[in-house]
Design a protein around this ligand. Sequence first.
Ligand SMILES: *[C@@H]1O[C@H](CO)[C@@H](O)[C@H](O)[C@H]1NC(C)=O
Ligand SMILES: *[C@@H]1O[C@H](CO)[C@@H](O)[C@H](O)[C@H]1NC(C)=O
Ligand SMILES: *[C@@H]1O[C@H](CO)[C@@H](O)[C@H](O)[C@H]1NC(C)=O
Ligand SMILES: *[C@@H]1O[C@H](CO)[C@@H](O)[C@H](O)[C@H]1NC(C)=O
Ligand SMILES: *[C@@H]1O[C@H](CO)[C@@H](O)[C@H](O)[C@H]1NC(C)=O
Ligand SMILES: *[C@@H]1O[C@H](CO)[C@@H](O)[C@H](O)[C@H]1NC(C)=O
Ligand SMILES: *[C@@H]1O[C@H](CO)[C@@H](O)[C@H](O)[C@H]1NC(C)=O
Ligand SMILES: *[C@@H]1O[C@H](CO)[C@@H](O)[C@H](O)[C@H]1NC(C)=O
Ligand SMILES: *[C@@H]1O[C@H](CO)[C@@H](O)[C@H](O)[C@H]1NC(C)=O
Length: 894
Amino acid sequence: MDVSPSNTKFILLWLLCSIMMFNSVMCKVPCNEKDMNILLNFKNGVIDPSGMLSSWTWFTELDCCEWTGIMCDNITGRVTQLNLPCHANHPSVFVVGDTPDDKSHCLTGELSLSLLKLEFLSYLDFSNNNFKSVKYDSMGSQNCNGLSKGNSSKLQYLDLSYNYDILIDNLRWISCLSSLQYLNLGGILLHKEIDWLQSVSKLPSLLELHLQSCQLQNIYPSLQYANFTSLQVLDLAENDFISELPTWLFNLSCDISHIDLSQNHFRGKLPTTLLNIRSIKSLLLSANYNLQGPIPDWIGQLEQLQELDLSYNSFSGPIPTNLGNLSSLIELNFLSNHLNGKFPESLGQLSNLEILRLAENSLTGIVSEKNLLSLSNLKHFSLSSPSLVYDFDPEWVPPFQLQGTWLGFVSGKLPSWLFTQSSLKTLTIEHSSASFEPLDKFWNFSAQLDYFSLTNNTINGDMSNVLINSKFAWLNSNNLRGGLPQLSPNVSLLNLCNNSLSGPLSPLLCHKMKEKGNLVSLVLSMNNLSGELPNCWMDWKSLIHVDLGGNKLTGKIPHSMTSLSNLLSLHLNVNMFFGEVPTLLENFQNLLILNLGENNFSGAISKWKWQGIKVKALQMRSNQFSGNIPPQICQLSSLMVLDLANNKLSGPVPNCLHNMTALVSDTASVDKFGIRIPVSVNNFIFTLGLNIKGTELPYSNLVHAIDLSSNNISQTMPLEIFMLTRLQSLNLSHNRLVGSIPKDIGNLKQLESIDLSNNRLSGEIPQSMSTLSFLAVLNLSFNNFMGKIPLGTQLQSFTNLSYIGNPQLCGPPLTRNCRHDETTDNTKPMTEDGDDVDRFEVYSCFYMGLGIGFAVGLLGVLSVIYFNRACNHAYFRFLDRFYVTIIQKWNSVY
Ligand SMILES: *[C@@H]1O[C@H](CO)[C@@H](O)[C@H](O)[C@H]1NC(C)=O
Ligand SMILES: *[C@@H]1O[C@H](CO)[C@@H](O)[C@H](O)[C@H]1NC(C)=O
Ligand SMILES: *[C@@H]1O[C@H](CO)[C@@H](O)[C@H](O)[C@H]1NC(C)=O
Ligand SMILES: *[C@@H]1O[C@H](CO)[C@@H](O)[C@H](O)[C@H]1NC(C)=O
Ligand SMILES: *[C@@H]1O[C@H](CO)[C@@H](O)[C@H](O)[C@H]1NC(C)=O
Ligand SMILES: *[C@@H]1O[C@H](CO)[C@@H](O)[C@H](O)[C@H]1NC(C)=O
Ligand SMILES: *[C@@H]1O[C@H](CO)[C@@H](O)[C@H](O)[C@H]1NC(C)=O
Ligand SMILES: *[C@@H]1O[C@H](CO)[C@@H](O)[C@H](O)[C@H]1NC(C)=O
Ligand SMILES: *[C@@H]1O[C@H](CO)[C@@H](O)[C@H](O)[C@H]1NC(C)=O
């Protein structure tokens, strides 16, 4: 290596520079050769798809101090900084799971910490790249001998955050970086490192520690103190800590100013030791859900406090009045707790306050201008409690100009000061009986808003002359009537579900606009819209979600609708459409949810083209579809919900259902998110989903269901059905099936509901059925089953209604015992319909956000959610966490 060309070049440059030294201030000391070799070595392990490091080569014209991302000391020529974060690209509309941050241009491969041999390196930032691993073993775990010889590391700043695939299983090497002041390993997997605190608390100069979203589990709940001596910022948000708030945190000998423990599973009360940290400016405990007890009075003594976020917890009792003493407060967030009592007027004195969020509590009493009197810097304000009375002076002009506000349960009149808010961009008013009159004035005002959500109010005007101009307009569950409004090209999401709108779709769809429309989601379900689908869909190619369910629409699907090639979800259910639809799937190659249920569509489904379709839910119940169920349907490998009930289908159940791999567990790509499909639209998320009752399952609406009931399906049940081990619901009732239940039914361990009633099935009930431990609904009635019902807690927990109409069946819970002495069973045949469990037509305007609503216990909350890039990875890792994250972000725009 000694006589390498780089050496020669280095000497030449150095000579050249020395000669010119006196003449030119422009001339810099060339980079140190040792440093250059370290950099080139590092580059060997890196995969660099977009040539970010293309300047890193010895034969470049550039000195290594001028390579991309490098900075040197201009006197010694030693490398001091390496600054190579990556910026991910985002399309404006994408399915969150399918299209993660596009990091294809970022650095990947191995990130070798041999870089720390750069003796004068003080700053290292590789954040948000796509590295797959970190190599740190060369550092040596005990003596740090991998570091620069002689003296300890000069590294002060280390940021490797959001390289989501990196896993670090021990952090002992960190303690070698004794000059470290800033450490960010956010988004890196650290769940295997159980002694993280040991390593990081040894760093004597550490000012900021960011270990958010690392899957950390151990917070050392019983440790009395930690050895941090300089720490000011501690970010441990979005980890897996489960305990009370740990003692050591409030017993630090340093002046900590920022603590973020949001989105963990901390529980219990706020400890009085919190008072020890008088230096605290920012205390964030949001979305732990189980922090509880009163908000203590003494919080009013933390005089430096600027930011207090206790949102999404279970705090109860009143808001302490002496919070009004915290004159430095900028943000006070108590959103979604169980706080009661009055809205203290003392808060109205916090003249620095910019953010005040009190919505989703149980406050009582009166709110008036006195509560907001001196809040001249207020920008975001939210308040929503069922028993709170709004009593604002109509003449009051507030000292603030809000950017976002959210009011709930307003009765009487809307506070007139709202209309003085000319900077307002985001407005939610929900669950309110207040009059929005005069509506002209209100719609005029709304034109300035980027986002509004006016859900579950009593707005009752005629919409036919209204022009909607906001990006996101939620007007569901009001009393709106008349024809459809017109849209400006600015509208991305429109929801008018559950109103009394009537007339045709054409005013909205066929009205010519100067510019191209940007509508992504159109929800007009549950109105009285009538007429045929107009042939104007070619102007709306940006649509990915269309829901016209529950209207009086009729006719065939027009040709222009097939131009909606971006469609992910189409609901035409509960209307009076008719005709054949064979090419629908073929034209909607991206479709994930198709709901045609409860119409008069007809034709043989064997004519449909199924190949290459990724559809997850096919809901076609209650139509006139006929013919056999074609074996090609088994090519739908992503299918999770197949509902063909109540049609005119005949022939056997195809014997290839096991090819629908999404219904078979242990498949390589188990889709964690099921049929809840989050779509990001300009950084807001809304969720596509089904209209189903079955979502009581708190965190998993991973619905796996097959319903072929009420057809003319014949022959035996193919064994392949019983290979669908993820199946939660199977309904084959009201057909003409024969044969027996195979013992393989015991494979369907996830089964919660099975209905085989009203067929011609026979034989004994297999013993294996008694092992289905989640079974909550069982209907075997009206068949020819015989013999004894297998014993075991499971099958006896149902009533005799599950078994009646099988004269030869005996044993508990039937009263007929299995000897030949017949007891007379007088039970009358049941009413026809025994299946009410997985009917997919149950309607709700909130269904798009239903999963979110359940996840955080806020059913009424909006379906649109703000989403930011930094939270993306949480999505990939934790379903629940994801929804928490995005719902918080959404609320943060109010
Ligand atoms: C070295 O860099 C510093 C900061 O960039 C600058 O202020 C200083 O003038 C430079 N010195 C020389 C000799 O160029
Ligand atoms: C190591 O640091 C000490 C003081 O901290 C200094 O005197 C010495 O010169 C340094 N040695 C090297 C090789 O940098
Ligand atoms: C704190 O430092 C002391 C002495 O160096 C050590 O014994 C103890 O284990 C350290 N505690 C933690 C939590 O690192
Ligand atoms: C706080 O730390 C000190 C040591 O610095 C320890 O003696 C004391 O017990 C700790 N206090 C609590 C409440 O744990
Ligand atoms: C704090 O607030 C309470 C109640 O609002 C008040 O009585 C008390 O004087 C205040 N203390 C200080 C130091 O301002
Ligand atoms: C709608 O608002 C009323 C109050 O006006 C409330 O009682 C009801 O629970 C709300 N409905 C939903 C679904 O949130
Ligand atoms: C609505 O705005 C238009 C134009 O800005 C204005 O002419 C009209 O008077 C306004 N209507 C009301 C009721 O404020
Ligand atoms: C769309 O919004 C922009 C500002 O966001 C506004 O200037 C423009 O007038 C709007 N377009 C229409 C047609 O209203
Ligand atoms: C089912 O999958 C197997 C291979 O996994 C394939 O050979 C067969 O053709 C498939 N059947 C159908 C009807 O798709």
